[in-house]
Design a binder for this molecule. Structure first.
Ligand SMILES: *Cc1c(COP(=O)(O)O)cnc(C)c1O
Length: 224
């Protein structure tokens, strides 16, 4: 299993390298390994191979893994839909980054609980870049305003940038368009301090990087 993980990780890092060099030698891309199809033993092995940032898409799963891998100084990301009744649990876990802040309403609820607990949380605003009903995230034409509103009204949330899932389509053009849409919003938000543009999963991370992504979230191509 260790050898397979090593091969997968090497291949993904190599592909990221090829894509990011085409953007610029100064364009550095962070790899976040998504453990949802995997087990704790694989995460531990990947850590031994040098991987440091991991993500989960469910609060309960994240809680289990934070607990059982607490001896390892892992950087944990939350990337899935966050239900209001899981907010307190998430705050206790002190994730490095909540990538899926998906509405103004959720921001309000999160901020008030953070305020009560006298703490803060780093977050990315999730954008529904292809306007798909199946996906969470703010609408493209509201994203800049909502980002600024969260920054002004909810000071316990430390916004670091944006996250988006590429359009669900077999057409490369359509997927690319959704990445370009997110990147344009990210560019506008740089003056508001946005630093992270999280786009790209196993099926489309090279394309996402060429469109400007500086954080990719990869599960199946590493763990399967
Ligand atoms: C599952 C998931 C990923 C990783 O998906 P793969 O296609 O397996 O790489 C990335 N981002 C989010 C939000 C996910 O839910």
């Amino acid at each position: 299993m260790r050898e397979r993980l090593r091969e997968n990780l090497d291949r993904v890092i190599w592909n990221i390298e090829q894509a990011r060099i085409q953007v610029s030698e100064h364009h550095i891309v962070k790899l976040v390994a998504v453990g949802k199809y995997s087990d704790e033993e694989s995460i531990r092995l990947l850590y031994e191979l040098g991987q440091r940032a991991f993500a989960e898409n469910q609060v309960q799963q994240l809680a289990n893994r934070v607990e059982s891998l607490k001896s390892l100084p892992i950087e944990w990301h939350m990337i899935g839909t966050l239900q209001t009744n899981k907010i307190n649990r998430l705050i206790e876990l002190k994730p490095y980054l909540l990538q899926s802040l998906s509405s103004l309403k959720l921001a309000e609820a999160l901020n008030s609980r953070l305020e009560k607990k006298e703490t803060t949380m780093n977050a990315l605003l999730q954008i529904n870049s292809a306007n798909e009903n199946s996906k969470s995230g703010v609408k493209v034409d509201e994203a800049v305003d909502i980002y600024q509103e969260i920054k002004e009204r909810y000071p316990h949330i430390k916004l670091k940038g944006v996250m988006s899932i590429g359009a669900l389509s077999s057409s490369k053009k359509i997927v690319q368009k959704s990445f370009e849409t997110t990147y344009n919003i990210y560019e506008k938000l740089k003056r508001d301090g946005a630093e992270i543009c999280s786009m790209g999963m196993s099926g489309d991370y090279e394309l996402a990087i060429k469109c400007g992504s500086n954080l990719v979230r990869i599960g199946s191509k590493i763990f399967k």
